[in-house]
Design a protein around this ligand. Sequence first.
Ligand SMILES: Cc1cn([C@H]2C[C@H](O)[C@@H](COP(=O)(O)OP(=O)(O)OP(=O)(O)O)O2)c(=O)[nH]c1=O
Length: 196
Amino acid sequence: MAEQPTRAAPPLVLASASPRRLDLLAQIGRRPDAVDPADIDESPLAGELPRPHAQRLAIAKAQAVAERWPGAIVLAADTVVACGRRILPKAEDEATARTCLALLSGRRHRVYGGVCLLTPTGKQLVRVVETAVTFGVLSHQHVERYIASGEWHGKAGGYAIQGLAAAYIHQIVGSYSNVVGLPLYETENLLFGVGL
Ligand SMILES: Cc1cn([C@H]2C[C@H](O)[C@@H](COP(=O)(O)OP(=O)(O)OP(=O)(O)O)O2)c(=O)[nH]c1=O
């Protein structure tokens, strides 16, 4: 019997500017063929809740990049830190980071990770993963030390669990990688599901 020609899998494009997402993919042995960040407006819509916000942005990032890569599989994600219904901002300055830390201190909050995979045939696969994170009460010294570290910069909710902030986190329930930026179990399932 004639051998079937093996068809090459479509290239995988990671639609992200986050070095964390690239590192997380590498951790599970996945190397995208290209990295092409999406440049979209990430502000929440009026009254938008955290979970639909994470889902909408993951889809929007994937769609924006897919337009530039016909024939590729595009992976995008979005991480949203939420205190109840309130979406915390990405901390770009000290004042914002301080506000976030004050809100998180001694409380449980949720991290929603939206993941979207778009295939060349137009299939859109989406997951939103939820992780509960509880901070201990932050002393004035801890807040000052953390602000001085600069680790909050560019992070949703003003902290990064993969760094110093781990010392202040009392409990996490759910996916750790989701908090860092990409839920690896769900991402692997999506990639495997489309034949990668
Ligand atoms: C809560 C938390 C967030 N983060 C980071 C992950 C994301 O980079 C960032 C959330 O912002 P995102 O908008 O999800 O991602 P991004 O703008 O950095 O990258 P892109 O949109 O191009 O993919 O916060 C951590 O690194 N550790 C944490 O513990």
